[in-house]
Ligand binder design. Structure first.
Ligand SMILES: [Zn+2]
Length: 258
């Protein structure tokens, strides 16, 4: 039986034939790994803690004909604080859903693993969850080669000055000249355009220091959401819950969402 080790983060888990579970991991060495874990439904299972969503572990798998099998492992970080905070857990689950939905098995992309690991660590440490989620989602899509282009006009390549728009079909920010041919486009402020550039260029651990006015926040939110829908072709299930959390947070601050 061929076995392989990997450092991975569990993303999703679902029931599979009796006490077995089908678990999706994102690993540094092998990218997405979908594996069966046996005996999870039984008390005292040694594998249960490794399969708990959003757990970082050193894992060992046995190669199967169809599906790999999780044989053993050791938890490296359970990101414990995330689990006691519903909102933070929702943000972290959103990241996990994005990675599970956007990546393919057998295509290692260590940059995505490293970004996910540090994003979870920052969420666990109490950093502003919104900028982390935006920064991660934008990096994930750019690693996957679907943009968004934010440095110059995604259509003509000219530098962006004056009025700026975001067009999902054009693949990012566009200039006023390119707007008529771009189909649907929404205007974004120059502050939003600058923040989008910071979100993709700053090191991840500096993102929590970005200050973002609420009007730009709702524009960035919209750009990220539309880009995911258009270019990754799905909407994470946790998105609706996140929007409810954000609306509540804004109402608490006495701020109206745009
Ligand atoms: Zn242009």
């Amino acid at each position: 039986m061929r076995t392989f080790p990997a450092t991975g983060i569990s993303l999703t888990i679902k029931k599979y034939r009796g006490t077995q579970r089908l678990v999706v991991f994102y690993t540094r060495e092998r990218g997405k790994v979908e594996a069966v874990a046996q005996g999870i439904g039984k008390p005292g299972s040694k594998l249960a803690s490794l399969t708990e969503p959003l757990t970082l572990s050193r894992l060992f798998f046995a190669k199967g004909r169809e599906l790999d099998r999780l044989t053993e492992g050791q938890v490296l970080d359970s990101f414990y604080s995330l689990r006691s905070d519903l909102a933070r857990f929702a943000y972290a689950s959103y990241l996990a859903e994005l990675v599970a939905g956007a990546t393919e098995p057998g295509l290692p992309m260590p940059e995505i693993f490293d970004a996910l690991r540090s994003s979870l660590a920052m969420l666990n440490g109490g950093a502003n969850p919104q900028v982390i989620v935006w920064g991660f989602a934008l990096r994930l899509m750019r690693e996957l080669g679907v943009g968004p282009v934010v440095e110059q006009c995604a259509s003509c390549g000219n530098s962006l000055g004056g009025k700026v728009y975001y067009s999902p079909a054009a693949g990012g920010l566009i200039c006023a000249d390119c707007r008529p041919a771009a189909g649907f486009a929404r205007s974004v402020s120059s502050t939003t355009a600058a923040l989008l550039r910071s979100l993709v260029s700053f090191p991840l651990d500096r993102l929590p220091r970005l200050s973002c006015p609420p009007s730009s926040g709702s524009q960035i939110e919209d750009v990220v959401r539309k880009h995911i829908q258009y270019h990754l072709g799905f909407t994470p299930r946790s998105e609706r819950f996140l929007r409810e959390i954000q609306a509540t947070a804004l109402a608490d601050k006495g701020d109206e969402p745009e």
